[in-house]
Write a protein that binds this ligand. Structure first.
Ligand code: HEC
Ligand code: HEC
Length: 353
């Protein structure tokens, strides 16, 4: 009998820290690098050139940096991202800072690796609208690229896979480090200003933020239905409806022609619980990446915080009203702004061959 009780007690103690751990914030750790695409300085430099090379778009007007602009927090500063001429995008451009840590890419998580992801915008009719067979020939026609691909990959073959690998290697260098929160979590009790520390207490305490925003990136890599307000542009602009229906058709959504809203994760899984679920975004460098949410509906952190304080959008089951005072709302914003802003990323623009 006593052995049984001891065993139960032992098991109960074992379970405790696991529960407590799910919401823990963690300081910066080194970026995970996949074994099949090791980082080398030459590969990163090649990836940077390709990232800023307008040859990657069909009409030669856009590069990846057009919508992931270093001066706009590697986003584009718009509620709904830029687009290929005559079309319109339908979602907000996410920052690429810390993207190497993300388990799922895109607001609906439809890509799993940076190598896989990089080809999507090139092929997308409403982003770069480029033909991948054509872009391979375009890059191959540039002697400097042939030399660099040979140096990086061992032979002169220029494939879409290698283009994507080099871009991914460059993206893995875009990281947020040495934030006041990193220093605070590593034991520097004075790293956060008094107001930011009060905000930290709310973030990890009665704000319930760490239910979903935890770990190094302050994201659980999961999908949640917060029901943020619709972006009225979605209802007004037929070009956005075109984009939405086009993507839905690609993902075998049966009623794509009448689809009037962004179905989020449902588009990929077709599971009822994923209807309008979106990935929890990273909160690092959040002060630099407005507007917020998958559709850019909030242009300031105050508006995001007000939305969360009200318990989220209509009929959501995940958030509760927080009843925070105006002073507490401000403390939370100061924590997000100051606490999560690290050493600026210094970037020298490459010379495009
Ligand atoms: C015309 C604007 C535009 C261009 C050009 C563009 N992107 Fe994006 N990017 C977006 C938008 C919008 C999303 C989010 C789309 C979604 O969730 O459906 C995105 C998402 C991403 C993501 C996923 C980020 C995350 O947190 O999930 C990565 C990585 C990315 N883009 C890299 C690139 C690369 C590499 C290029 C160049 C080959 C590129 N993008 C070109 C607008 C653009
Ligand atoms: C139930 C999970 C959950 C909880 C709890 C939660 N969030 Fe989020 N958060 C999300 C998701 C999911 C999104 C993206 C929603 C979308 O794109 O429509 C988001 C978006 C955000 C954004 C905008 C990020 C961006 O780049 O667009 C901020 C800022 C944010 N949350 C802060 C907070 C704070 C502060 C709290 C606590 C008061 C909190 N969140 C609580 C899941 C959560």
């Amino acid at each position: 009998m006593t052995t049984k009780i001891i065993l139960w007690l032992f098991l109960a103690v074992l379970c405790l820290p696991i529960d407590g751990m799910t919401g823990a914030l963690k300081p910066f750790t080194e970026v995970p690098i996949p074994a099949h695409n090791r980082q080398t300085p030459a590969k990163i430099e090649l990836g940077k050139k390709l990232f800023f090379d307008r040859r990657l778009s069909g009409d030669g007007t856009m590069n990846c940096g057009t919508c992931h602009d270093p001066n706009q927090g590697f986003s584009d500063g718009l509620a709904i991202s830029l687009n290929y001429p005559t079309t319109r995008n339908w979602r907000n451009s996410p920052t690429l800072i810390g993207v190497a840590f993300q388990k799922f890419l895109f607001h609906d998580g439809r890509a799993a690796s940076l190598e896989e992801q990089a080809l999507f915008p090139m092929m997308s009719a409403f982003e770069m609208n480029q033909n991948l067979d054509f872009v391979e020939e375009e890059i191959r026609a540039v002697p400097e690229y042939v030399t660099e691909f040979t140096e990086v990959f061992g032979d002169s073959d220029i494939t879409r896979e290698r283009i994507a690998m080099a871009i991914a290697a460059f993206e893995r260098t875009l990281i947020s480090r040495d934030t006041p929160l990193d220093r605070f979590l590593s034991g520097d009790a004075r790293a956060l200003s008094p107001k930011a520390q009060q905000g930290y207490e709310i973030f990890t305490g009665k704000g319930n933020c760490t239910t979903c925003h935890y770990g190094v990136t302050l994201s659980d890599d999961q999908f949640h239905v917060l029901n943020v307000a619709e972006n009225p542009e979605h209802l007004k602009d037929p070009r956005i409806a075109t984009t939405r229906r086009f993507v839905a058709k690609l993902y075998h959504f049966p009623e794509y022609r009448t689809l009037a809203t962004d179905p989020g994760r449902y588009l990929i899984t077709k599971k009822k619980e994923d209807w309008k679920a979106f990935r929890t975004p990273t909160l690092r460098e959040i002060a630099a990446t407005a507007p917020y949410m998958h559709n850019g509906i909030y242009d300031s952190l105050d508006k995001v915080i007000a939305f969360l304080n009200e318990g989220g959008g209509k009929d959501n089951n995940e958030l509760q009203p927080l009843h925070l005072s105006p002073a507490e709302l401000e403390q939370l914003r100061v924590f997000l702004e100051e606490g999560l802003t690290g050493t600026p990323i210094t970037l020298t623009y490459p010379k495009i061959p």
